[in-house]
Write a protein that binds this ligand. Structure first.
Ligand SMILES: Cc1ncc(COP(=O)(O)O)c(C=O)c1O
Length: 498
């Protein structure tokens, strides 16, 4: 490897997509009923008593009992009170290998001491926030720009969702065009324009509850990894007010769950140039995880705007930001209030607070010093190879692949459905036909997640695993033994309820 990036080889998208199609055409393979009863009764019932009591009380005050989207795990969320490197500990004292890594930000491993030391120093001097300029803002913006030439200027915000909102607004201002094109199945946060074609390509407004149809009428989704579909959408939009931006996750929708060809991003860049549309790379997951140069460095494609989140604050709160050329950023985004100027109004009380800025700056410095992205990528490769050996050993149809430190383990294929079609009504019919199947496969995925948890492995919803620099060979070997324990209880044709 040693090119500064975590990806040692780019897999052929077509062959992974074929494996995923095979998986979804199979009956459901899942932890057997007997093994699941054991997990529920003997682990969750006996070893997670304090978590259960806290959850039961939390349900009275918090919708569904937990605040964070990633925390609601079947059969109930466990409560964690210690995180260290590659490990998590719950309130009952159970220890886990942590492949959630907070949903991606902690590439150095959880609670990394060198960053914590700087944060503590800051808290001792000015506290987390003053609402005024702090040197940390400059240090972070300059550091990002040093690693990503396309980011001449950086505006920090509170989250990836906010940064996407800012980027959409900036691109409309800059191009004076209206429409937004996103790649179906991608997640770009939960702003009104973006909850469209969420998770399942072609699903349109399926998840747009509470969002007026008019709001998403300017968002168009295109089939992933399909440049012809993108060009068709750009041409159609010419008569509808033009396309302000194309936004995508460069490794493919849902953090690479649906892989794309290596040259896809380059093709999108060419189409954006041809139709005078801004290209936005959503690097919330990939920025400072794939490598210091992000996905844009890895693919060698220069986006007009870049969205940041997660690693940008090293796992500390308020992680988000938008970067781009001096020309676009200064023409579109207000600095301070600037009343009367024709610029986009963006900001936030806690945006770019000293704590987030300092945490982000020292995280990036530590990544550079330790080669964290490459080390996390090697761990991802080793984990993927080990999981594929286990899949072979037990003759399972599961699909496992990785983009460096982003590892995908598809057991039921719940994340692999695609109902996109050139005509909306066909997408809808395909969706209705597959809906029950998708829900059952989602349940199977959650069951697998519970079995992993009971065996001491935390995953993202039972299907994604983020590795970090803390994942040494010993940690990966330990995790593979635990996966082996789960895989040997898997059976074909398990009946799961929606
Ligand atoms: C690719 C991508 N974009 C945007 C977001 C939204 O970021 P945030 O959760 O900080 O609002 C996420 C969050 O997971 C993401 O994965």
């Amino acid at each position: 490897m040693s090119n500064g990036y975590s990806i040692s080889k780019w897999d052929d998208a077509a062959s992974i997509n074929a494996e995923l199609a095979n998986l979804t055409s199979q009956p459901i393979w899942c932890v057997s009923d007997a093994a699941m009863t054991d997990v529920l009764e003997n682990y969750y019932g006996k070893k997670c008593v304090k978590s259960k009591a806290l959850y039961d009380e939390a349900k009275q005050y918090i919708p569904n009992g937990v605040q964070h989207n990633l925390a609601f795990n079947y059969p109930f969320p466990l409560c964690f009170d210690r995180a260290e490197g590659a490990y998590l500990y719950d309130v009952d004292g159970n220890k886990y290998v942590d492949f959630l890594q907070a949903g991606g930000p902690t590439i150095l491993g959880s609670n990394y001491p060198a960053v914590r030391k700087e944060v503590e120093k800051l808290l001792g001097s000015c506290g987390p926030v003053t609402g005024l300029f702090h040197e940390g803002e400059l240090l972070l913006a300059r550091e990002i720009s040093r690693h990503m030439p396309a980011v001449e200027m950086f505006r920090m915000l509170g989250s990836g969702t906010e940064a996407v909102m800012a980027a959409v607004r900036a691109s409309r201002l800059y191009t004076k065009k209206k429409n937004i094109v996103k790649v179906g199945g991608s997640y770009h946060g939960w702003s009104d324009h973006m909850v469209y074609g969420q998770k399942v390509p072609g699903s349109g407004r399926l998840e747009s509850h509470g969002i007026p149809a008019r709001t998403t009428s300017l968002t168009r989704e295109v089939r992933p990894n399909d440049l012809k579909a993108l060009e068709r959408a750009l041409i159609l939009n010419l008569a509808r007010g033009g396309t302000a931006c194309v936004i995508l996750e460069p490794v493919g929708p849902e953090s690479g769950t649906r892989p794309v060809d290596f040259d896809y991003n380059k093709g999108v860049r060419e189409l954006c140039d041809k139709y005078k549309t801004l290209l936005i790379f959503d690097e919330v997951v990939t920025g400072f995880r794939l490598g210091l140069g992000g996905a844009q460095g890895y693919f060698g494609v220069r986006p007009d705007l870049t969205i940041f989140g997660k690693v940008i604050a090293g796992g500390y709160p308020a992680a988000g930001g938008i970067g781009g050329s001096r020309e676009i950023i200064t023409k579109t985004l207000a600095a301070g209030l600037q009343s009367g100027s024709k610029k986009a109004y963006i900001g936030g009380t806690l945006a770019a607070n000293p704590l987030s800025s300092i945490a982000g700056y020292y995280t990036i410095k530590e990544i550079e010093k330790t080669n964290a992205c490459e080390k996390a990528g090697l761990a991802g490769d080793k984990l993927t190879a080990g999981l594929n050996n286990l899949i072979k050993k037990y003759g399972l149809p599961f699909v496992c692949f990785n983009q460096g430190s982003i590892v995908h383990l598809e057991c039921s294929g719940a994340m692999a459905f695609d109902v996109s079609a050139p005509i909306k009504i066909i997408s809808l019919l395909k969706l209705l036909k597959s809906k029950g199947n998708v829900m059952k496969r989602k349940t199977a995925m959650e069951r697998m997640g519970a079995a992993y948890m009971a065996n001491g492995i935390v995953t993202l919803a039972g299907s994604r695993l983020y590795t970090s620099m803390a994942d040494t060979d010993d940690v990966i070997n330990e995790a593979l033994e635990k996966f082996d324990n789960v895989f040997q209880t898997v059976e074909k044709g398990v009946i799961v309820e929606e």
